[in-house]
Design a protein around this ligand. Structure first.
Ligand code: TGC
Ligand code: FAD
Length: 392
């Protein structure tokens, strides 16, 4: 039975939003309801990214939404967060695609790129005509990207790149990869490079057999003597802090997105518990143990909404620190995963079927808990910020 989403607002959260913020949220919600919800379970079964949604998402200004100029929508951080919330209520994989395109590819070009790089890529990426991916993680360096082996060597007016990147969202559908590499001639300083996917020596291969983010493309990238012009170096990048600045943008979007997945699971479980009857012809919602789960979920979703709204307001006022974003990402993804597990429980056997969205969200959230800094890495980032001691 299809259960229609009704929104989740226990504590008049909407009253904390401006008219513009609600309009952006409602527009994204309608788009997801009309265009993604009807196809997502089939995409998930087939392991297919719904590429047909790229253009309509671009038309709604979802790519590079919080950037200014180059055709971008210039949304506030809170508006952008509300968009990612709605996208992830549809599916974490589609939100992932938008996060990568916006926060991990358009943002570094915007923040570290030359005038020419910005003109070449940003308008086309905003329109969805060009797609991007972000290559930081390597087979042996995930939580510790500073150890990366990928190298760039200067050769005349070119750089030559060699290395392997792993677990790269949108890798094989990207027209351009932002590749982070150590530059041998600069004392192995980490810098960002734009590598077009048709460069000889660049290969992207999809990772198959994922039980998570099945509607998202995940690839490994291989760079073997890839020659790129020196103009492809992101001139403003330098040091590990540069990719980490991009991660701040993406982690922020995930903190909102996770609430979307949690809302979908909670609302589905609530509706199901009211019509599902067991024992004495009574709905399972009349049982204290079921109510306890629903009460936990709505309390945690509400706390997560308030947490990320405050982080968003701080971000809009340029007062946010990476540790604040870590707190929101860590808490909200954990909360969403717990909601998905409880909601799955409430649906009993039906909870494992893809007639309902819960198991898909649960499996997706396992990746979301790991990528963009694992739950435990964010614990350590918060720990470092409050103690001043690095425990990595
Ligand atoms: P550490 O020595 O602490 O820092 C190196 C330099 O970076 C600065 N920094 C930051 N700058 C901006 N934002 C942040 N969040 C920053 N964190 C640190 C720092 O001040 C320092 O600057 P400087 O000038 O002193 O050099 O670096 P470390 O090697 O000890 O590692 C720190 C750690 C563990 C926090 C970091 O490496 C980390 O966050 N690891 C997790 C890796 C990660 O998140 N990877 C994500 C890959 S992309 C991805 O997953 C995309 S998923 C697709 C999707 O979103 O859908
Ligand atoms: P590891 O770093 O090996 O960690 C394994 C375990 O050890 C974790 O539980 C971790 O918390 C723990 N651990 C590690 N170090 C410590 C420590 N010091 N103290 C305590 N515990 C520790 N990367 C990209 O660059 N671009 C992408 O587009 C991208 N997309 C992704 C898409 C998917 C579907 C997935 C699953 C991953 C993606 N990633 C991407 C990679 C992701 O960022 C990494 O998986 C993540 O950073 C963790 O690295 P790892 O998997 O190597 O785990």
């Amino acid at each position: 039975m299809a259960l229609k989403f009704r929104g989740v607002d226990y504590l008049e959260f909407d009253s904390l939003l401006s008219d513009d913020e609600r309009l952006v949220r409602d527009t994204a919600r309608r788009f997801i309801e009309d265009n993604l919800i009807p196809i997502i379970e089939q995409c998930n079964r087939e392991g297919r990214f719904p590429r047909e949604l790229v253009k309509p998402m671009a038309d709604l200004g979802f790519f590079g939404a919080s950037l200014h100029g180059y055709g971008c929508a210039g949304m506030s951080n809170v508006e952008y967060g509300l968009v990612t919330q709605e996208l992830e209520r549809g599916d974490s994989g589609v939100r992932s695609f938008v996060s990568v395109q916006s926060a991990l590819v358009m943002y570094p070009i915007f923040a570290f790129g030359s005038k020419e790089q910005k003109q070449t890529w940003l308008p086309a990426m905003q329109k969805g005509e060009k797609l991007g991916c972000f290559g930081l993680t390597e087979p042996d360096f995930g939580s510790n990207p500073g150890g990366m082996r990928t190298r760039a060597r200067k050769s005349g007016k070119e750089y030559v790149l060699n290395g392997e990147k792993m677990w790269i969202t949108s890798g094989s559908i990207a027209d351009v990869a932002v590749i982070w590499a150590k530059v041998e001639d600069e004392g192995n300083k980490i810098r960002g490079f734009l590598v077009e996917s048709d460069r000889p020596g660049f290969r992207a291969e999809d990772i198959h057999g994922k039980w998570s983010l099945r509607a998202s493309v995940t690839s490994s990238l291989s760079l073997q003597d890839v020659h790129i012009p020196e103009a492809n170096l992101l001139p403003g990048s330098g040091g590990l802090g540069s990719p980490l600045k991009c991660l701040n943008q993406a982690r922020y979007g995930i903190a909102w997105g996770a609430i979307g997945a949690a809302m979908a699971c909670y609302d589905c479980a609530l509706q199901y518990s009211i019509f599902r009857k067991q024992f004495h012809d009574a709905p399972i919602a009349s049982r204290q143990l079921v109510q306890e789960k629903l009460a936990w979920m709505i309390s945690e979703i509400t706390k997560a909404q308030l947490l990320v709204l405050q982080v968003g307001r701080l971000k809009d006022n340029e007062k946010v620190g990476p540790q604040h974003i870590s707190m929101a990402k860590r808490n909200n993804v954990w909360m969403a995963l717990e909601c998905a597990r409880m909601a799955r429980d409430i649906l009993g056997a039906n909870g494992v079927a893809d007639e309902y969205p819960i198991m898909r969200h649960m499996m997706n959230l396992e990746s979301v808990k790991t990528y963009e800094g694992t739950h435990d890495i964010h614990t350590l980032i918060i720990g470092q910020s409050i103690t001043g001691i690095d425990a990595f």
